[in-house]
Design a protein around this ligand. Structure first.
Ligand code: SF4
Length: 482
């Protein structure tokens, strides 16, 4: 009788998996490889001198099957937190603390893979189309994973994840929330269902798909701004222009831009809430139609034309959306009813100009994490000194080599554009929580002054030769293109 092979315990996170030989742990980040725990993903190093392709090296002079061709590691290599491992339990020094000399200054970079229960994803969806009411719950596979938040100019904003969705609800909700954030952060497409709204597919760096329709352009501006930008182009070509917009519908003859240009009154009447001259709110309900309204027939927003205020047979009218995708040209008949006609060639160019000035519609995904927690102990013995150093701008925080934006105020709450990191940089653990790479770079003297782990500082060559806590490979890759 042979004995069952021994399972090994991974202690890289609170889950503490027992891993059988040849198997990976619950997060797939660690495995039992022939009786030793190994990190399954390579450590990612970025180099400006690696122009194309990738270089894989055995990261440490250990017994590890690699495909290294013997070339030395480029001297400008920057070790990222991707694949570096975590510091759990947190008092341990970070996996890699690397010294370097930059323009004669001695620097230290502290590299770790941080585990985030407190984290979220903000998604900017460039569209005027109605995705759902502000505050509406966003679901994946029926589980609430976030909500619609305040719309910004030309974009709808979604807030996903966060500790309440990760750990405050059912296990299924936490699992789905984590999987949704992970997929988005790693550049994958995710289908979201919004209560009382749309089915939208979002993917970082690509156009959204709203209710099955690929969004093409984000608006050039609100209806009022569009009037301001293009009133001069329309002058002399048409008697009236209405730019239909869910936010502010613009009417050129009444708008200040029209007044300055000497535009004549047309007796038009808009059914909506008049804000200031030529600017109307609430002409319709939000929807998937013209300019983010529910309109498919823009004439619905017009009231009766007023002869006493300038309306007359033959008066021409252009109605156009804020992207130029929807447009219609009318001429008033004897009864002052708009009759649709072919758009004159001269006006076609002005509509095309709106379209040309619209930027491509994209989804932008920002990971937001709080790096002010226990991971700081892996950087320095007195963690608040790291917080102060980051806040003071002495320590630069990057994520997978990408620039981060750190919020003012307490803690180290940062945001990073996930398209700036190499693909597949994010991971997860089933607590559930996200795993994100971090690098803190600061002058060596400042690092020592904050109580940094001096005994763990190694040069790049030493780090490559000795490796980390667990055997792994290193992948040297060019910095992601901007
Ligand atoms: S979930 Fe991953 S990191 Fe955590 S103990 Fe299991 S294998 Fe290790």
């Amino acid at each position: 009788m042979t004995e069952a092979p021994e399972k090994l315990r991974c202690d890289a996170c609170p889950v503490m998996c027992y891993i059988a030989p040849g198997q990976t742990g619950a997060c797939d980040r660690y495995a039992n490889d022939g009786g030793r725990i190994v990190r399954t993903d390579p450590v990612v190093m970025l180099s400006h001198t690696v122009e194309a392709g990738e270089l894989v090296v055995p990261f440490a002079a250990r017994d590890w099957p690699g495909s290294w061709d013997g070339r030395p590691v480029p001297a400008d290599s920057f070790i990222t937190g991707i694949g570096s491992g975590t510091t759990y339990p947190d008092y341990k020094p970070a996996p890699f603390i690397v010294s370097s000399t930059v323009a004669g200054a001695e620097m230290v970079t502290v590299v770790t893979e941080a585990i985030f229960s407190y984290c979220g994803v903000k998604v900017k969806v460039d569209t005027d189309r109605f995705l759902g009411p502000e505050g509406a719950v966003i679901r994946v596979a029926g589980e609430a994973v976030g909500h619609v938040t305040t719309a910004e100019y030309g974009s709808q904003m979604l807030s996903l994840g966060g500790v309440h969705h990760l750990t405050g609800g059912s296990k299924a909700q936490g699992r789905v929330t984590c999987a949704t954030m992970l997929a988005l952060c790693n550049g994958e497409a995710v289908a979201l269902d919004i209560d009382g709204g749309s089915h939208v597919v979002v993917q970082a760096g690509l156009a959204p798909i709203v209710d099955g329709k690929h969004e093409r352009r984000m608006r050039v501006g609100c209806g009022s701004a569009t009037i301001g930008m293009f009133a001069v182009q329309w002058q002399g070509l048409v008697d009236e222009v209405v730019v239909v917009d869910d936010h502010i519908t613009g009417v050129v003859s009444e708008h200040q831009a029209g007044k300055v240009l000497g535009w004549k009154p047309t007796g038009i009447r808009i059914k909506g809430h008049r804000s200031t001259p030529g600017r109307y709110f609430r002409v319709s309900e939000p929807g998937l139609g013209w300019g983010g309204t529910r309109l498919t027939d823009p004439l619905e927003i017009l009231g009766a034309w007023n002869r006493k205020k300038g309306a007359q047979p033959g008066l021409s009218l252009l109605m156009v959306s804020t992207t130029g995708e929807d447009f219609a040209y009318y001429v008033l008949d004897e009864t002052l009813c708009p009759v649709r006609q072919e758009l004159p060639e001269a006006l076609r160019n002005t509509v095309h100009l709106i379209d040309e000035n619209c930027e491509p519609s994209l989804c932008t995904v920002l990971f937001v994490g709080g790096a002010g927690g226990s991971l700081r102990a892996g950087v320095a013995r007195n963690p608040v000194h790291l917080t102060r150093s980051v806040q003071a701008g002495v320590t630069r925080l990057t994520s997978g080599g990408a620039e981060t934006w750190v919020w003012p105020g307490g803690g180290i709450t940062f945001m990073v554009d996930v398209t700036r990191l190499p693909k597949g940089s994010f991971g997860h653990v089933p607590t559930p929580a996200m795993v994100a790479p971090l690098e803190f770079t600061l002058p060596r003297h400042a690092y020592l002054a904050m109580g940094g782990h001096e005994a763990s500082i190694r040069t790049l060559d030493e780090t490559v030769a000795e490796g980390g806590e667990y055997p792994t490979l290193a992948r040297i890759t060019p910095w992601p293109a901007r």
